[in-house]
Structures are given as structure tokens and as C-alpha cells.
Design a binder for this molecule. Structure first.
Ligand code: IPD
Ligand code: CA
Ligand code: CA
Length: 270
């Protein structure tokens, strides 16, 4: 393991904690305004401020690194992610709708990639006072407690999380998948933060999670889930231009023994 990894992990944790403080302060003082991307996707001034804060700290400390962040650099060409350059993948607020509605299920997500490898992930949930993190090959943790997936084996006892896109035209197949899950599993959760859904699979609070998401939604949480023993795979073939390692299209993450049965349920053959 590169000696830089530990340093980068501490750096990411410090950023995520500071960003979390900004989020809590903005909400407690109601000091934010709402806007809409593409007319339907909520974004607040706090999403932008936190994004700018994280990106400026990265640029200052590691000017040679690259950044893919939801609000300030969402379309970076990651075609050369295969090169040896560290790439930070940032979601400043995952759970913006929750943030704006006064809910607590909100997180800052910071992932780091080199080439086709997930190096580290930090997901800090400031209202819940839980910081999840993982370093490749070193396990996954929540506030320094080791995490492990639930080990659930049977669909009928499985609690499965998912999410819905802002784009309403994409809902029909998702509702069919949710219907199949509801018919075969214990229940469904829609908690409103993909990054935390992945961490909750890692913590054994959920048995599985599936959704089509963007790289910044899954960059950190996927490594945390993997390091806690989850199986990570896909129920859709990859059509987006993102490199495979940050592809969130048709993401299925679960306790390993459940994976194949869940894949049969959510794969509509599309
Ligand atoms: C959203 C959340 C949500 C998921 C959506 C994401 P945002 O991210 O992760 O749980 O269902 O697909 O877009 O917009 O709050 O950063
Ligand atoms: Ca997100
Ligand atoms: Ca976001």
C-alpha cells in the first residue's frame, strides 16, 4: 500500500467533517436558497458552497490530482482514469432533498480512484454523527468501529433499499423492480441518500441496495460496502461514458449470499 494512502484518507476525513459542519450550520440557520438543475433536480446554495470548499482544498493540497465533483466539475472526461493520476470523486451533499426538507439522512461523499482502482472512500453523515470510511484492502469502519454486511441468505428476510431518479420518465421499469422486491423480500426502504444506502449495506442495517446512480453518488460508498464484504455488481449493461469503476448504472450491492437471487428479481432483461 502506498504510504500516501493513509495521508489521503486523513485528508478526506478532515474535509468531510468540515463539510459536514458547513451543512449543519447552513440548515440550523436556514441559511441556504433552493434552485433547480434542468428544471427538476433540486440544488441548494449549500451544495455549491460545500462543493467549492472541498474542491479548493484538494487543489491547494494536491494540485496535480484531478477532480470529478457533482456541482463544479460534473462532466470531467475520465477517459484516462486508467492513468496513474489520483482522481477525487465528490458529492458535496448526497441527500439534497432530505437536507432541504429538514431530514437527517444527508451525507458528504468523497472517493479517491487511481487507474481502475478504488483507493478510499469517506461518507460523513453530520446530523447522524456517523462517519463511514474505507481504505482498499483494510476493511470498512463507522466512527472507527469495523463494519460487516448482514450475511442475510434468504430473500424473504431481506430489507432492500433503492432510490428514484429526478427524471420522472425513467420510473416505469423501476416501479416494476420495486414491485418484484416487495413481493419477494421483507420490505423496501427509500432513505434518500445513495451514499448512505451503500454504507448501511456495509453496516448490515440493509441487506441490499439497487439503483442507477451517478459516479459521485457511489464512488465512496461502493468501496465501503465492498470492504465490509458486500458483493458489488450490475443489473443493467453499461451504456454511460463513465469508466467501469465509477459506473453507477444498474448498481446492485448486497450481502453475497443474496446477490444471485436479487439479480434475477431486478434484471428485467432490458
Ligand atoms: C440523490 C440521492 C438519492 C438517489 C438519487 C441521487 P443527491 O443524490 O443519492 O438517494 O435516489 O438518485 O441523485 O441529488 O441528493 O446528491
Ligand atoms: Ca448524490
Ligand atoms: Ca449531491
Amino acid at each position: 500500500m502506498s504510504e500516501n494512502y493513509e495521508e489521503w484518507l486523513e485528508f478526506a476525513k478532515t474535509l468531510a467533517v468540515k463539510a459536514g459542519e458547513m451543512i449543519v450550520e447552513a440548515r440550523e440557520s436556514s441559511n441556504f436558497v433552493r434552485d433547480y438543475k434542468m428544471h427538476h433536480e433540486l440544488v441548494t446554495s449549500t451544495d455549491i458552497a460545500v462543493d467549492q470548499y472541498i474542491c479548493s482544498c484538494i487543489l491547494e493540497s494536491y494540485p496535480s490530482h484531478r477532480i470529478l465533483s457533482e456541482e463544479s466539475s460534473p462532466s470531467m472526461d475520465l477517459g484516462n482514469i486508467g492513468e496513474d493520476i489520483p482522481v477525487w470523486v465528490i458529492d458535496p451533499i448526497d441527500g439534497t432533498v432530505n437536507f432541504a426538507h429538514g431530514h437527517h439522512h444527508v451525507a458528504v461523499s468523497i472517493g479517491l480512484y487511481i487507474g481502475e482502482q478504488r483507493i478510499l472512500g469517506v461518507v460523513n453523515a453530520p446530523f447522524l454523527k456517523e462517519c463511514f470510511w474505507a481504505l482498499k484492502g483494510s476493511g470498512a469502519f463507522c466512527n472507527d468501529k469495523p463494519l460487516a454486511v448482514s450475511g442475510a441468505k434468504e430473500l424473504r428476510n431481506a430489507l432492500v433499499a433503492t432510490g428514484f431518479p429526478y427524471q420522472k420518465t425513467a420510473l416505469t421499469p423501476i416501479i416494476e423492480r420495486v414491485s418484484r422486491i416487495l413481493h419477494h423480500c421483507q420490505d423496501v426502504r427509500r432513505n434518500g441518500s445513495a451514499a448512505l444506502d451503500l454504507c448501511w449495506v456495509a453496516a448490515g442495517r440493509l441487506d441490499a441496495y439497487f439503483e442507477s446512480v451517478k459516479p459521485w453518488d457511489m464512488a465512496a460508498g461502493t468501496l465501503i460496502a465492498e470492504e465490509a464484504g458486500a458483493k458489488v455488481g450490475y443489473y443493467l449493461s453499461h451504456t454511460a461514458t463513465w469508466p467501469d469503476v465509477v459506473n453507477g448504472e444498474g448498481l446492485l450491492v448486497s450481502s453475497p449470499e443474496l446477490y444471485n437471487d436479487l439479480l434475477v428479481l431486478v434484471d428485467l432483461g432490458l
